[in-house]
Ligand binder design. Structure first.
Ligand code: ADP
Length: 206
């Protein structure tokens, strides 16, 4: 739990209630949190889903692992502490986006259970839906894909603390959705996400 540093600060409640905002924008906020090994397919699925949702006229935004590390989290590395802070900040950003009425897609390895649970709790406390999507791809398949050559480098000892090789990946215990990309096509994975969002009332059926 990150400590509150600043003192003498007061929460300022705005004049617009969430319901009023969502109803005026005709849009529902929710966070869909993709977790899984590197190369499991998180970014590929989240990007295709984003395209599908935008095509349907849904207000959607995607936050992606490496991209966030170029900006908001450029001062963080891959130690356990930095990984936790990375995910904490993303969780807070997702919460803000979801509150704004956006279908928010986040794709981060987010290997530690406690960090993901903390993001879920943030959303729960704010009355926002948090959907954990486990992109469940076996390590050997990820390693074979290796689109960025990272597993090769990790096996050669050129990258230390690489998830799945010499850093743990803690599998979700209660994921709302599990996507087995070694068995299902990209289109099938996207369809499963769309169906889930319809079921959750976040987007309208077509
Ligand atoms: P991550 O974001 O989890 O690191 P990426 O999306 O960058 O993973 O890479 C996943 C790779 O796996 C891509 O090269 C993608 O084309 C491939 N792939 C093969 N089958 C699937 C599938 N069913 N769903 C998603 N990606 C798949």
């Amino acid at each position: 739990m990150t400590q509150q540093k600043a003192t003498n600060i007061t929460w300022h409640e705005g004049d617009i209630a969430r319901e009023e905002r969502w109803s005026a924008l005709n849009s529902t906020g929710i966070t869909m949190w993709f977790t899984g090994l590197s190369a499991s397919g998180k970014s590929t699925i989240a990007s295709a889903l984003e395209q599908a949702l935008i095509n349907r006229g849904s207000n959607c935004y995607r936050l992606d692992g490496d991209n966030i590390r170029f900006g908001l989290n450029k001062n963080l590395g891959f130690s356990a502490e930095d990984r936790a802070e990375n995910i904490r900040r993303i969780g807070e950003v997702c919460k803000l986006f979801a509150d704004s009425g956006t279908v928010t897609l986040s794709s981060f390895i987010s290997p530690y259970l406690a960090d993901r649970d903390a993001c879920r709790e943030l959303h729960d406390a704010a009355g926002l839906k948090f959907i954990e999507v486990y992109v469940d791809t076996p390590l050997d398949v990820c390693e074979q894909r290796d689109p960025k050559g990272l597993y090769k480098k990790a096996r050669a000892g050129e990258i230390k603390g690489f998830t799945g090789i010499d850093d743990p990946y803690e599998e979700p215990a209660n994921a709302e959705l599990i996507l087995k990309t070694a068995e299902k096509s990209l289109d099938e994975c996207v369809e499963a996400c769309v169906d889930f969002l319809v079921e959750a009332g976040a987007i309208r059926p077509e």
